[in-house]
Design a protein around this ligand. Sequence first.
Ligand SMILES: [Cu+2]
Length: 226
Amino acid sequence: MSLRQITVSLLVLMTAFLLSPATIAADITVYATGERGVPLAHAIVSLSGPDSLTPMQTDRPEMAQIRTQFEPHVLVVRRDSSVAFPNLDSTRHQVYSFSRVKRFVTRLYAGREAEPVEFERVGLVPIGCHIHDRMQAFIYVTDAPMFGITDAAGKVIFKDLPVGDYEIEALHPWQKKATSQKRSVRLIIRERGATERINLGEIGPDPRVSQRPVSNPLIRSNPFAR
Ligand SMILES: [Cu+2]
């Protein structure tokens, strides 16, 4: 086949692909709010949907330590992921969790001396540092094919989704409620997309400022643990 023939064949294939019903795509936008509709950053939103939904690719998740804080504050990973904890500070840290979902402690380390930690169970894992009390973060382990964290406007967008029925689950690491919130959404052909507003109720203070562990019932009772 000549280069021209190959190019034409590729264009025909791409056109067929773009016009097939399975690729008609729309977005789902989720807004998370707290009491009185205040936008909530750091809310964890996961999405499951039709079989044609391709799971998100997540490679080498990391939770760094920068200026004596964890970065990001909230990290979502798929079950059986290994998370690295690179220390970018000049001081040493010792990362740990006492949670029932994942109990671990690294050695006191600098740079990348600590081994990555594997998260084998689904649930919310509070992360701390034995040296610095104000260092607090959260890892949420999920089986959902798609997930995200809300930005400062309380928003997360899942783009180019195939049509079908979706389940949205939202929670916040500082929340006072004992359950996550769930919603069902149907994306249909020609629809531009869907927007869901999810109120997560009363949220506790930022633990990085209060320097106290959050009093989140999800962490105590672990309803997501398997
Ligand atoms: Cu530390």
